[in-house]
Write a protein that binds this ligand. Sequence first.
Ligand code: UDP
Ligand code: MG
Length: 316
Amino acid sequence: MLSVVIPCYNEAQTLPATWSRLAQASLTWQEPSEFIFVDDGSTDGTWERIRCLSEEDLRVSGVRLSANHGQQWAIGIGLAHARGQAVIVMDADLQDPPELVNELVEHWRRGADMVIAVRRARAGEPRWKRWAAQLVYRGLWRLGIGRMLPDAGDFALLDRKVVRWLLTWRTVPPFWRGMREFGFFRRVYVEYDRQTRRMGQSHYSLWRLCRLAWDGLFGLTHLPVRLVGWLGQVCVLVIVAVALAALLGKLEPFFALLAALGMSTVMLTSQLALTCQYTLRIVRHLEMPRNACVADYAGLLRVSRNSRRRRKRKAL
Ligand code: UDP
Ligand code: MG
């Protein structure tokens, strides 16, 4: 079976079209399929749409998150619930064409573990977004994450073994497109022209993109630790230099003291901020089971959850 995981945030208007194009495209896959829509705390009736679709089409199931946790989190929930031998992750707004899935599946059948869709053209996307992506991905690549292509997003097909491996990661919040680069899997890249958003507008403001990059930076690299280490060394050097200058009478002791105090403050606050950031991540990682934010299920997922509950009750 093939599973398609679709994170949705306020996509009520687009969903029927997404489902109908998916259903149409799935005729060419020649494999049974399931479509898992993950509602990431929408407020516009997306969940009601998902429930209607799940009643209409048995292949559709839904998971509702308790609040807006972000696309990466929603993808993780979808991956955890997918049952297929291969899982396709794609956006709900039809920017990732469902018709391309057939090509991804063909590569998977020929032995690829991961088939990643790379954007050749990005219609309707502002230029700053492309530059920002180039900057962040190239930066992360230089910092030791595998070869993250600036034009590759989350649209990809992942074999079951890749999904299983990805789900062992407990990085909070996850950053799937970076995490998947760490694995030694056979990967294939497929180019496509990204279309404009069908309805509504992108949920990724500059602020949200910065947060995503921040999560990637903290979750997958050691750069923050190294940066704070270098900063500490620079501060110590400056303190030693001003102390020497004061001893040799080249600097007023008052200014030397002021400079030393300033440098110590910079050093301590940066180290404290770093420690807090990592502690917060570790606490979230330890405390939060991945399913903690699930509020409701629809379709077959609901049925299987209820039957699991009944079985448990019987056993008791
Ligand atoms: N999305 C989500 N949670 C969010 C923001 C976005 O699940 O907090 C979903 C959204 O519904 C879409 C996908 O993630 O299916 C990509 O979002 P969007 O189209 O806004 O991003 P862009 O394509 O502009 O990068
Ligand atoms: Mg989009």
